[in-house]
Design a protein around this ligand. Structure first.
Ligand code: SAM
Ligand code: SF4
Ligand code: SF4
Length: 377
């Protein structure tokens, strides 16, 4: 597998210059060039991780030779909170902390408390969530909840210990992640979502055991198609198991009924476990499918991503981000920051997943993409 790993082009050093704003930010109704509002901000708080999942941070690249960002390059908690405040004023009502592994960022609870104090323009609290590999969750769940975190999403690619240890590639035991999920539940960080990246031939034998394990527990298991994010994971289409096949596999054992999307811009297609009457039985719960390879969902994509060093990315598959850190450290005031963010969003037309299928393979390969561990999921 090592021979398929492609050397990393460092997209972190050069940020896009922020376009000059010709008008103040609109006070409401900000949309991009395709009419999509800005609702969801994913904030990556660190580029480091204690796992080396081969589909995200392969060891061959993210090793002792790899240059991590220095602390001074990272946004401080005050800078993150300032930016989050601006985004919330422009329509964001959901914040997701991610990474790298966000729980490796020292004092994260302090940041969460600052973010939890923010309110939308009409006075509502925000939805604050975190995506984690779960390795430090058993230790931290209580403090995260106390700081104001609402929910967690835990990444877990299988229940079989050997499979899981091989996929995280640092020999981390599955029992510790399961303990983290339990601790999160006990701390009230639910409903918990569990994300399972499915790689054909690697962990597809874990689909049914995972479904059996989480059915009826209140945990929402979501199957994620292995994506061609970044440039280092040696992605191949033949390792993608389409969600439609996962649905069929689940239906061989469970009765499932399609559910409505819970909100606009929802990334997952939802299916509920049916009871004996053939209708969704909420006590049995639901599963989700994130099918960004086989079923594009760019049409209502309302997500922006902020890297740990303050670059704003408009798409998971973007090659470069807009350098908001340079702007902030250059001394702009809040109105200028708002106008700049609004101008960037208004110019957004990204829809890579929709275009992927029509791009020739060599063009797909050549698209400059930032690493998933840099801008989070
Ligand atoms: N370290 C945290 C974690 O693993 O949950 C947060 C960051 S991680 C980059 C965010 C999500 O991206 C995880 O759920 C992970 O499984 C997913 N991910 C990473 N690389 C992926 C890929 N190539 N295809 C699909 N999902 C991927
Ligand atoms: Fe780390 Fe998350 Fe990437 Fe795995 S998916 S290497 S846990 S950042
Ligand atoms: Fe959004 Fe880009 Fe993903 Fe499309 S490909 S859903 S625009 S992040």
């Amino acid at each position: 597998m090592g021979e398929r790993v492609i050397p990393l082009v460092d997209h972190r050093t050069v940020g896009l210059a922020v376009p000059a704003a010709s008008a103040p930010a609109p006070t409401s109704g900000l949309t991009d060039a395709r009419g999509r509002p800005l609702r969801d901000l994913r904030i990556s708080v660190t580029d480091r991780c204690n796992f080396r999942c081969s589909y995200c941070m392969p060891k061959e690249v993210f090793n002792s030779e790899y240059t991590w960002l220095p602390h001074s390059a990272l946004l401080s908690f005050e800078e993150i909170t300032r930016l989050a405040t601006r985004f919330v004023g422009l329509g964001v009502h959901k914040l997701r902390l991610t990474g790298g592994e966000p729980l490796l960022r020292k004092g994260l609870e302090t940041l969460i408390a600052q973010l939890a104090a923010l309110r939308t323009p009409d006075g509502q609290p925000l939805d604050i969530t975190l995506t984690t590999n779960g390795s430090l969750l058993a230790r931290k769940a209580q403090a995260l909840q106390a700081a104001g975190l609402n929910r967690v999403t835990v990444s877990l690619d299988g229940l079989d210990d050997a499979t899981f240890r091989a996929m995280n590639d640092v020999d981390f035991p599955v029992a510790d992640v399961l303990a983290g999920i339990e601790a999160a539940r006990a701390a009230g960080l639910g409903p918990i979502k569990v994300n399972m990246v499915v790689k054909r031939g690697t962990n597809d034998d874990q689909i049914l055991p995972m479904a059996r394990h989480f059915r009826g527990t209140g945990v929402v298991l979501r199957f994620i198609e292995y994506m061609d994010v970044g440039a280092t994971n040696g992605w191949r289409m033949d390792e993608v198991l389409p969600s439609a096949d996962v649905v069929k596999l689940l239906q061989s054992e469970f009765a499932l009924v399609p559910l409505q999307a819970s909100e606009l811009g929802e990334t997952a297609e939802r299916w509920g476990y049916a009871g004996a009457d053939g209708r969704h039985n909420p006590a049995l719960g639901e599963v989700g499918f994130i099918s960004s390879v086989t079923q594009a969902f760019c049409g209502d994509c309302n997500r922006a991503r902020l890297s740990m060093d303050g670059k704003l990315f408009l798409c998971l598959f973007a090659g470069q981000g807009y350098d908001l850190r340079a702007l902030m450290r250059g001394g702009v005031d809040d109105a200028q920051l708002d106008a700049a963010i609004a101008a960037i969003w208004q110019g957004r037309s990204d829809r890579y997943s929709e275009l992927r299928a029509s791009l020739p393979a060599d063009v797909q390969q050549a698209v400059r993409r930032v690493e998933m561990s840099y801008i989070g999921g």
